[in-house]
Design a protein around this ligand. Structure first.
Ligand code: HEM
Length: 503
């Protein structure tokens, strides 16, 4: 072993010992002791449960949810205690807690180890990209609908090569990542960059690299993180690659803004312009704008492609749903043509997507927060600062008392439901409630959901109108997803058979 690795191994052992002693002493008086634990709760043994959580998370969360429904329970994880709550009362209390007490930003930073992996990002107290997404992306879905639809058509015909009447196998997960990367980026950065394969691969690789980097960094003390980042994290390199690819288009936009002001004719309505507008002048650098584009892509592409893949798997198992869906799409289109508002009126299409994400989703929990100041729920449960808290979303979505036949895919479940005051519209996928938290809930609920749902529905409508699809083995249950800690990952290899639609 080199001197450096021997030194690192000593430092890591000392840190683990220190963490153990601190956990042991801290645990004796901590209010966390009063919260029931799933797994071991003593400082040393809790590490066993923390590692077990990587592969048994579904079982452990299910156990906590069924034993302590409507209350809180805690699970040890490698980066500390996670408290999960369920039931409308406690979920609403997370929703109304101020950022001073419970922070999404700090929870996300910790999960991604952003402070270490994302360089300049550490100096950003404000997140301009949230305003850009909240105000501009949503507003421009309607005027940019045609472009996004055009990209969906082009991307599917590049991805699925149908010959005559043949059925061809399509690996849905990988195809949907590529289609969604292109269509989202048609809105984000426009042509021709949205079709550039180097730019596409960068976003896909960045997601994997940041997750691997953060899983390793979580194991080390802060003092070692700069060194560990330097040795193992590929994220800084990917950020430089993003800056290189985006520089020409961002520089051109910044120069034109200086020369002609912000309203020059032909200024694209895309994420680059929105970010430039949302970012204060002193921070408007190519590096900063590129980083924000990369982060939005990170939050947008895999989440959307998981939702699409889950829906395709479910629909491939339920051919009886295809004709009613086609009928709905065609009726709306005949009346008003393709547009954002036409897509909004497709309630059955919305329902099949929402139901697939209810059963699966991309993560076990929602409303993930890091507690910054001790917080006491109305039932007396106190969560000390430094603890993670979240809502047990997937367990709620699969609760029989909320959704009868919860483990079955009932495609039109939501279209058939009438909400108290909103009719079918009140049940649409974009609506967040304490019973449906795919996009979180409350003031931090995903601001990109209006775009994501519109994109997903347009993609699914395109597939239904242009292809027949099914599983080759005629299965009636979708391939099960894999749970890795909090993440729920749909089957990456499963193939769905496609052929040109026979009308
Ligand atoms: C199906 C696709 C998507 C899913 C399932 C999803 C899910 C989520 C969730 C669970 C949150 C955290 C909410 C909370 O904790 O209360 C979130 C936040 C966020 N999402 Fe999405 N998202 C999706 C697509 C997108 C897209 C397409 C964009 C950008 C165009 C986007 C941008 C954001 C941003 C900026 C935040 C941070 C909000 C804040 O901090 O206040 N998301 N998303």
């Amino acid at each position: 072993m080199s001197n450096l690795s021997t030194y690192s191994a000593y430092l890591l052992s000392a840190f683990l010992l220190f963490r153990f002693i601190r956990a042991y002493l801290g645990n004796r008086n901590s209010p966390l002791r009063k919260i029931p634990t799933i797994g071991y709760s003593s400082p040393l043994l809790s590490y066993i449960s923390a590692f077990r959580f990587f592969t048994h998370s579904q079982r452990m969360i299910h156990e906590g949810y069924t034993k302590y429904k409507g209350h809180a329970f805690k699970i040890p994880m490698v980066n500390g205690w996670h408290v999960m709550v369920s039931g409308p009362k406690l979920i609403e209390e997370i929703k109304s807690a101020s950022d001073e007490y419970m922070s999404l930003r700090f929870a996300a930073d910790n999960t991604l180890q952003a402070y270490w992996q994302l360089g300049d990002y550490r100096h950003e107290p404000d997140f301009y990209l949230i305003n850009a997404v909240r105000n501009k992306v949503t507003r421009d879905i309607a005027p940019r609908f045609e472009d996004v639809q055009d990209e969906i058509q082009a991307a599917f015909s590049d991805e699925i090569h149908i010959k005559g009447e043949e059925w061809v196998p399509v690996r849905v997960n990988e195809t949907s990542i590529r289609v969604i990367s292109r269509t989202s980026n048609r809105l984000f950065v426009g042509l021709p960059l949205c079709r550039d394969s180097n730019y596409r691969d960068l976003k896909i690789e960045f997601t994997v690299d940041i997750m691997i980097g953060s899983s390793i960094l979580q194991l080390f003390p802060d003092i070692m993180k700069p060194l560990v980042t330097m040795l193992i994290s590929k994220v800084p390199r990917q950020m430089r690659r993003a800056t290189r690819l985006l520089r020409p288009v961002i520089e051109d936009r910044l120069e034109k803004d200086v020369e002609y002001g912000k309203d020059w004719p032909g200024r694209p309505t895309d994420l680059i312009s929105w970010l430039i507008d949302a970012t204060p002048a002193s921070k408007r650098t190519v590096e900063n704008i590129s980083l924000q584009i990369l982060i939005i892509n990170f939050g947008a592409i895999h989440t959307t492609s998981i939702a699409f893949t889950s829906a395709m798997y479910c629909l491939a198992c339920h051919p009886e749903l295809h004709e009613p869906l086609r009928e709905e799409i065609q009726t709306v289109i005949e009346k008003e043509g393709w547009s954002k508002s036409a897509i909004d009126r497709m309630h059955k299409l919305d329902s099949v997507l929402k139901e697939a994400s209810r059963l699966g989703g991309h993560t076990a929990t929602a409303m993930n927060r890091l507690v910054l100041k001790d917080f006491t729920f109305s039932d007396g449960t106190t969560i000390p600062a430094g603890t993670f808290v979240s809502a047990a979303a997937n367990a709620t979505h699969n609760d029989e008392s909320i959704y009868p036949d919860a483990h079955q895919y009932r495609g039109f479940r939501f279209a058939d439901m009438k909400s108290e005051n909103g009719g079918v519209v009140g049940q649409s996928m974009i609506k967040t409630t304490d019973k449906y938290m795919l996009f979180g809930h409350g003031k931090h609920a995903c601001p990109g959901r209006f775009f994501a749902v519109n994109e997903l529905k347009t993609m699914l409508a395109h597939c239904l109108l242009n292809y027949d699809f099914k599983f080759a083995d005629g299965r009636t249950e979708p391939p099960p997803p894999t749970w890795i800690a909090m993440s729920i990952i749909p089957d990456q290899q499963a193939e769905v058979m496609f052929r040109a639609r026979r009308k």
